[in-house]
Ligand binder design. Sequence first.
Ligand code: GDP
Ligand code: IMO
Ligand code: MG
Length: 423
Amino acid sequence: MPVQIIVGAQWGDEGKGKIVDMLAENVDIVARYQGGANAGHTVCIGPKEYILHLIPSGIFHPSITCVIGNGVVIDPAALMSEIDQLGTAGISIDNRLLISHNAHLIMPYHKLLDTIREQAPNRIGTTGRGIGPAYIDKFMRVGIRIVDLLDRDVLARKLRSNIEEKNRILTQVYGETKLDVDSLIAEYQEFDKRIDPYVTDTADYLNTAWKGGRSIIAEGAQGALLDVDHGTYPFVTSSSPTSGGACTGLGIPPTAVSSILGIVKAYSTRVGNGPFPTEQENEVGERLRKSGHEFGATTGRPRRCGWLDMVALRYSMTINGIEQIAITKLDVLDGFDEIRICTGYEANGKRLKTFPTDLQTLARVQPVYESYPGWKQELSGIRDYKDLPANAQRYLETIASLTGIPIRIVSVGPRRDQTILLS
Ligand code: GDP
Ligand code: IMO
Ligand code: MG
């Protein structure tokens, strides 16, 4: 069974791009299953850094086919600019990119509504990429899909009815000016010519591929704690980044899935608002942000930083069914005298055994920490587990023992080669 799901186990930005690119060397297909251009997946090849928002992180391997699945919400303007940027960098996507005809489109009014809603006092801190409003329309059953771009009459009819409704909301609820229907129709009809060669029934393609023995990585965006069902609601994204989302987001059955790899950053980060029990709003957080270059790949916002949270991680392992872990950014902890791991939460003087998903409880839990000695050596040049300092090995062994899940990959730098593989 050849489908491996790669999922972010925390609040996103765990280093999925690096790990997917690295593991893609040995597969035939990489497929994104949810989210949109809110994602920013960084892949470093030699001295060059690429940030992918919609195109799967396998694109740098010339023999790989990349699939954007039906669960993704696609901003055609963002996609075209990403294709152009890759082209300028000499990376051709011709005959290597497939886009689901069932994927929904992000329209300018989705981005506008996202931005307007974020002006409210209870803002989520979204990326402003129109993700929530696009998924609202999908589940409201008024969304416009990729397939609609290919039929000018259908596109014009659907856009007209959507824009008329959005204009009523924009003017009457938010006091904004109206969008011009005709110019938007004209603009989006232009995308059909460019998108046409890539559009196909990707569910059929993927099912035929795995049954024919081809190997597939299902690449998640965001992270489990941002999942609309299982994350820290309402401070979540509007899709299903957890492993379950891979099946619905690609149209493949659970029986096709052979393994689930969770990407875990060696500490915690979060962008945007919402509870973050192990956040360090002090010099520790500052140091993690500086050493880890923790600034959003999509929005450039500083990421909130803190210690590794084992309560959240154990929850993530369970809901994703993670069988193997890749630890990333271990090198960022170089030089700390003390490294902490949160091993439990306390609320009202009681120890909590499970991760509370109601906001009120989560917002007031007190993390209980265990302290580990750091290491004074640079890890970025190490390629063999046995060469890691004893305290780094001890930190990794603690994570494996507290989660009960084996660590298979340790990343000590952004480049492909800065990786330690464990048997
Ligand atoms: P993603 O969204 O999960 O793909 O992660 P991002 O690309 O948003 O953020 C991860 C950042 O850490 C990127 O700048 C990567 O180049 C970088 N990175 C990935 N792995 C490592 C690592 O092991 N060490 C260091 N120092 N940086 C890493
Ligand atoms: P990758 O794939 C980190 C966060 C936003 C905000 C919340 C909702 O690079 O890991 P949205 O725009 O999705 O409606 O915002 O989710 N968020 C991410 N945080 N990494 C991401 O993607 C994210 N995508 C969305 O900051 O808190
Ligand atoms: Mg990212």
